[in-house]
Design a protein around this ligand. Sequence first.
Ligand code: GDP
Length: 314
Amino acid sequence: MRVAALAGGTGAAKLLRGLAAALDASALTVVVNTGDDAEVWGLRVSPDLDSVMYALAGVLDTGRGWGRADETFRCLSAMAVYGAPTWFTLGDRDLATHLVRTRALRDGQSLSAITAQLCRTLGVAARLLPMSDDAVRTTIRTPEGRLGFQEYFVRDKCQAEVVGIDYDGADRARPAPGVVEAIREADLVVVCPSNPVTSVGPIIAVRAIADALAAARAPVVGVSPIVGGAAVSGPAGALMRARGLPVSPVGIAHAYAPWLQTLLVARDDAACAPELAALGVRAVPTDVMMPDAERERALARAVLDAARARLPLQ
Ligand code: GDP
């Protein structure tokens, strides 16, 4: 079974680890958000690509949900002495990834090419594709002005009032090589439990990707990142409200209309099934929390089962 997955960072990393264990990982293509990429100390940082890559390589710090395990922060301390901004915490091992990526980009390589090379080196069997090799930057509009996503999320800890979200560059961005083909040729398209506004939002803001999803012949199955009226982690709730979306699986279905067909939701959210059905989305109540590897695999199996339409209509 060939699987194409749309992914952000932390929530996606967990489900993808489960999928890579449940499937032949080489049959898995992951289309990853690059809207929250940033420049830190002159280096190109791709937080979601790195979280997914580290997770699939088995080197992610699972406690934090980002960065590398067994990490030290000596460079960060030295940068603080020089008065450099240190709100974006870069570990020493993690820095190696950003150094290699930045040098490759400066040498004229594409982000997809250097991502493939990093994945090969780290032994990732799945294919990781940035959504685009062109720059798309998620920007948060606040009453005081516009903030880069990492300024809003990491530096200001999501304190700012959000009045809107822009995906700068998305209207000109082309999908990275292989993205449209992966969606077109997949037997299953998975939308990982990721922030619908700032992780999946930038991916589907690339017109040709949204078109490919709308035309996909494979079932499209998502996992809700919203459980019991709130995001499991991160600012998805506030950002969905700013977009006028209800903070519930119904808001997720609205965000992914008209191409989402099935959504795995928490058992406690099963009552939203009729509202989802009205949007053309079949609700599959199940355990959508992934606190450990066993439940990551169980949820991945539930996604595959839902795709095979083994579960009764809810
Ligand atoms: P951000 O942290 O909001 O920038 O977004 P990411 O897309 O990188 O990942 C966080 C998303 O994953 C949030 O919307 C969470 O609600 C979701 N998430 C994290 N852990 C889990 C989990 O165990 N289960 C589910 N269903 N969602 C999760």
